[in-house]
Design a protein around this ligand. Structure first.
Ligand code: 5GP
Ligand code: MG
Ligand code: MG
Length: 197
């Protein structure tokens, strides 16, 4: 058991199971992108460990960017403007592999989808280590999934609870609770205008 802030978490997914998920996704990406010189977009903060493991296993040429999703209120009539912070070269015409830690409702994916379409990439695929099918509300395909999990709130292997737990080498779930009413806090200092997962 581990305690992070006020909450207790119990062991849920072992290092061996995480590794199996990594190997599966890495093999699929190698098969699909081995000769396509993809741009990997690791979505910070949560995906930093998963992204490094997938990228280490990639056999061809590739570029690597770590990005954060940011949104701010536009001054025009369009409302929310979203962008990916951290892209170092144009994505137009490129083959992109987005690397996520977890897909829950799919809101984040939808934002990324919009941005990549706007950037006029040649094609993009989504890889995620964890996926909660019961919570997913969108119809965008999720191309590479390490493992499906139930609707529990998890921490470890990159995923945090209010900033803590990212360094845990296995995954833990919130004790005695289904994730119905948990408020996901951002990191300290994160406020309106910036969102990072
Ligand atoms: P979405 O709902 O947009 O698919 O997921 C948004 C973000 O919520 C994820 O990138 C992740 O930061 C966070 N999230 C969703 N489920 C969990 C979870 O079980 N544990 C943690 N630590 N974060 C989660
Ligand atoms: Mg994420
Ligand atoms: Mg988080």
């Amino acid at each position: 058991m581990v305690q992070l802030h006020d909450l207790k978490f119990t062991p849920f997914i072992s290092e061996a199971e995480i590794n199996a998920g990594i190997e599966k996704v890495a093999a699929q990406i190698n098969a699909d992108f081995g000769d396509k010189t993809p741009v990997f977009l690791g979505v910070l903060n949560g995906a930093f460990l998963f992204a490094s493991e997938v990228i280490k296993r990639f056999k061809g040429d590739c570029e690597v960017n770590f990005v954060k999703l940011s949104s701010y209120e536009g001054t025009g009539t369009t409302g929310n403007v979203e962008s990916l912070m951290g892209i170092t070269s144009p994505l137009k015409g490129r083959n992109v592999v987005v690397i996520e830690d977890i897909v829950d409702t799919g809101n984040t994916l939808e934002s990324i989808d919009k941005i990549l379409k706007r950037e006029e990439v040649n094609q993009y695929k989504i890889a995620t280590l964890f996926y909660k099918p019961a919570s997913y509300k969108k119809s965008l395909p999720i191309d590479y999934v390490g493992m499906e999990i139930p609707n529990d709130f998890i921490v470890g292997y990159g995923l945090d609870y209010n900033g803590l737990g990212r360094n845990l080498t296995q995954v833990y779930k919130l004790k005695n609770s289904k994730m119905t009413n948990i408020v996901l806090f951002g990191p300290p200092g994160a406020g309106k205008g910036t969102q990072a997962s």
